[in-house]
Every structure is written in C-alpha cells, then in structure tokens.
Design a protein around this ligand. Structure first.
Ligand code: PXG
Length: 288
C-alpha cells in the first residue's frame, strides 16, 4: 500500500510520523473520512471544505490548497488501484517540543491513507441495528465544538467502549442538557408522521457529509426534513430511526436500549432514503 505523506508517496512500512508530532502528543490536528465508490470520491469538495473549516477553527494553516489536497487524494486512490474504498486524510500540527505550544511546531504534516472499508454486518442493514444510550455525554460545544472534526476523539471513544460493554455496535450520545446529539461516529435521524428529523449541529452533532446528502435526497424525493431538538422520548415514539455516516452509509435502527422502534424492521422511508443514497454515490463525486 502506498501512503501520501508530506508530498511523497511512500510504502506503508515507511509511512512514519515522529513521536514529537503534536497530532500524537495532544490530538492536535484535523481529519476527514471519505468514501470512494466506483472510481468516484464521494463529495470530495465538501469533505475538503469541512477540513478547511476544522483547520481554521483550530488556527492551523493547511499547507496545501483545496486542489492540491484533491489531487493528492485522487492520486493515492489511483496508486493503490482502488475503485472502492475508504480514504483517511489527516493533517497534524506537526513536530514540536514537549509543551503544548502549537506555534513551536515547524509545519503541519499531511497524510492520506486509501484502503478497504469494513462496514457494519449486512444483517443490520436488512434487519436494523440495536443501539443503546451511553452515559458519556457529547462534549459541550463551548469546550470543543463537535463541528470540528479534530484528532481528539476520546469523547466518542468512551461512548464506543460503553456501547460495546452494553453489547451494541453504536450508541446515542446525549448532550450536556440531555438532548440527543448524535452517535459515536454517525448522525441520527427519526421519521415521525412522515417527517424526517435530525438534531441541529448546535446540539452537539458533527455536520456529517452523509447527513447533508440526506437533506438533498429528502428534497429529491419530496419528503419533509427538518432539524429539531430530539429527546430519547422522540426516538421511543418514532415510526423509524436511522443513522448516517461515511462508514455506515444509511443504517436502520431497530431498537434503542432494548425498546423496539416502530415495527422493529427497516421502515419504508428509511428504505427509500437508503436506496436513493446507494444510487447517488454511484453517479456523484470526483472521478479519480
Ligand atoms: N458524527 C461523528 C462523531 C463522526 O465521527 C459522523 C457523525 C458522520 O459524518 P460523515 O461526514 O461521515 O457523514 C462521523 C463520521 C470510522 C468512521 O472509521 C467514522 C466516521 C466516518 C467514517 C469512518 O469509524 N465518522
């Protein structure tokens, strides 16, 4: 496997970063998780825009322009002979000393990995995923805005560990006010009386690229969609619930904390949205 690392394509074994890189020492950096479908990078421009916003929010100057990042991403896919896969684009603060000071880091480091993706097992797309609510709350936006896709994922990782301890693959994380924010690596949607609802980013959700695609699909299909505060009660009484993410795509939820949601099977709106999503990823995107 060839990895893009600071302007060069190197073998996996040579793709090494320093132990003094602040991405490692402090989680000081930003990243994107992007999908490649049939030789098209899905919504690459939107991912790069989000990366630029994440970098701006942490006052990190990206060393590459949008078109340079785009070209490096596509070339990494081409060099690895991929037509379908998962791309991880990471920008770290770079090598510094043992203090926090990011201004002592010489220059940001950029690396891009293009590889295969492991999705949730197919049975969950067919029958729905049983999720739980975890005790760890989503980080308060005034402490670290969850809209920044930063290398600080410990909040989500604690949620993921708790989900596993409760026997679930994914979990709802509430915000510090008790509203549903999102899941550990996915956004959440309910369908109630024909209306699709998702928490606003201000409730502690990442502005997911897949989430944005669902808004476009809803418009295309003539379905009502809106952002609203969401409680666990709203999920309990919803007709349908589904999660979205670059890794998960669109995955139906069958249960929350052991309670059956709707009929307990993927609902008609979820199925329509999932089918429209699968059509879209094949035609949309940047040709590598
Ligand atoms: N919320 C969080 C906290 C995420 O990390 C999403 C929502 C969905 O956003 P996108 O832009 O992907 O629709 C994410 C994304 C993985 C993996 O390897 C995780 C994500 C994306 C791709 C792969 O677990 N998280």
């Amino acid at each position: 496997m060839k990895i893009y690392l600071d302007g060069k394509f190197v073998d996996e074994a040579d793709a090494k970063v320093s132990v003094f890189d602040h991405g490692l020492l402090y989680g000081d950096g930003v990243f994107e998780g992007i999908r490649l479908y049939g030789g098209n990078v899905f919504r690459l421009d939107e991912h790069l825009e989000r990366l630029e916003y994440s970098a701006k929010a942490i006052m990190l100057d990206l060393p590459l322009t949008r078109s340079q990042l785009s070209e490096a991403t596509c070339e990494t896919c081409r060099l690895n002979g991929l037509t379908d896969g998962y791309i991880r684009l990471v920008v770290t603060r770079g090598v510094g000393d043992l203090g926090l000071a990011p201004w002592l880091c010489a220059k940001p480091s950029v690396f891009i990995i293009a590889s295969k993706i492991s999705l949730y097992p197919q049975e969950h797309y067919d029958n729905g995923l049983a999720i739980v609510t975890v005790p760890t709350r989503r980080i308060n936006p005034s402490a670290l805005p969850p809209t920044i896709k930063s290398l600080n994922y410990l909040n989500n990782i604690l949620g993921k560990i708790e989900a596993k301890q409760f026997g679930a693959l994914e979990a709802i994380m509430l915000n510090d006010q008790g509203y549903v924010a999102e899941c550990t690596a996915d956004n959440i949607f309910t369908v109630h009386k024909g209306e699709i609802v998702t928490p606003a980013a201000s409730q502690g959700a990442l502005k997911g690229i897949t989430r944005g695609t669902i808004f476009d699909i809803a418009r295309e299909l003539g379905l009502t969609i809106r952002e609203a505060d969401m409680t666990r009660y709203d999920v309990w009484v919803a007709d349908e619930c589904f999660l979205t993410g670059s890794g998960a795509e669109v995955i139906p939820v069958s249960k929350l904390d052991g309670r059956v949601i709707g009929t307990g099977k993927p609902g008609p709106v979820t199925q329509k949205v999932l089918a429209a999503f699968r059509r879209r990823v094949l035609v949309e995107g940047t040709r590598i």
